[in-house]
Design a protein around this ligand. Structure first.
Ligand code: SF4
Ligand code: FES
Length: 324
């Protein structure tokens, strides 16, 4: 076991735990953001540098600080290590720089992007970004690519986090995907189109932290904050069948995996559940999905309304108006 202290809060963790994992065990506001690390995907992390932290004390045996900021998703803790995240102005300044780089080529088309409202880059930019860019060169542009009938690749929004490549590599059968070129010419390209035959290819949509991979069947249908996430399940032979339905009225606009508090899929779901079961009668509804109260998705407060309705049996309109 190793004891690590992050922003003044200590925890004992098994050897081999990374700083990011230890911070998540502590929880709260001091957990570094992570755009490429995904706990369910092996070898993820180490690409985006949003999770950088300062190691102000290496360990009890060797208390020297680490000379540079380190990616917390790839740095394992040592016994006695002390780490600064939000308490270090140096980290906050460096993270602002990372966000500026991530946004250099991003189109900032949130008003028309289906991912708006549940986009990790949007949150990161809001919390750590600058209002203006200093970049004078034209942003790179790509044509949109249809990856089969269900998925749209919008490369202009991609931040090269490699998550979709890891999904295609680790969850689907064939290694027929990858990133082409290097540096500012890098792109997720035609390789990934070959994963469409696989039953689990739709999971690339869920792992994409931005709106680069979106569900074609849900494109421009609604804003996420106008939809109601409901947990539901069905008897599925390919996956657990446990999903979140995003409803608007009686219509199921899209089906996704259930996300944990870090925004990661709890379980991978198959394409049949995701794309072919769009009728409410296909599912056993469990109840409203618990959504982080800070999320824009929770703004409609329908959960409270539903709870009150179930408790009191009063018509919804009366409750909304506060009438007895
Ligand atoms: S398409 Fe999405 S998941 Fe794939 S590398 Fe780009 S940002 Fe990451
Ligand atoms: S989350 Fe650690 S480098 Fe991307």
């Amino acid at each position: 076991m190793a004891k690590v202290t992050i922003d003044g809060q200590s925890i004992e963790v098994p050897d081999g735990t990374t700083i990011l994992q230890a911070a998540r065990m502590i929880g709260g506001d001091n957990v570094p953001p992570a755009m490429c690390y995904y706990s369910k995907l092996k070898t993820s992390g180490g690409y985006c540098r949003t999770c950088i932290v300062k190691v102000s004390k290496g360990s009890d045996k060797d208390p020297r600080p680490m000379p540079k900021l380190v990616p917390s998703c790839r740095t394992t803790v040592m016994d006695g290590m002390e780490v600064q995240n939000n308490t270090s102005p140096e980290v906050l300044e460096a993270r602002r720089g990372v966000v500026e780089f991530l946004l250099i080529n991003h189109p900032l088309d949130c008003p028309i992007c289906d991912q708006a409202g549940e986009c990790h880059l949007q949150d990161l930019g809001y919390e750590n970004g600058a209002a203006k860019t200093r970049y004078d060169f034209p942003r790179r542009k790509f044509e949109m690519i249809d990856i089969g009938p269900y998925i749209k690749l919008h490369m202009t929004r991609c931040i090269m986090c490699f998550r979709c490549i890891k999904v295609a590599d680790q969850i689907t059968d064939n290694r027929s995907q990858g990133m082409l070129f290097r540096g500012d010419a890098s792109e997720i390209s035609t390789y990934i189109e070959k994963v469409i035959d696989n039953d689990f290819s739709g999971n690339v949509i869920d792992v994409c932290p931005v709106g680069a991979l979106t569900d074609r069947m849900n494109r421009f249908k609604s804003r996420v904050w106008f939809t109601k996430p409901m947990d539901a399940h069905r008897d599925c032979k390919k996956c657990s069948g446990k999903v979140t339905l995003w409803e608007k009225g009686e219509e199921v606009l899209r089906v996704t995996s259930r996300k944990d508090k870090w925004g990661e899929a709890e379980e991978w779901i198959c394409n049949e559940c995701r794309f072919e079961k769009k009728h409410i009668n296909d599912w056993v509804i469990e109840g409203p999905r618990q959504v982080d109260p800070h999320s824009v998705i929770s703004l409609n407060h329908y959960q409270n309304v539903l709870k009150l309705k179930l408790e009191s049996g009063k018509p919804q309109k009366q409750m909304l108006l506060g009438k007895k």
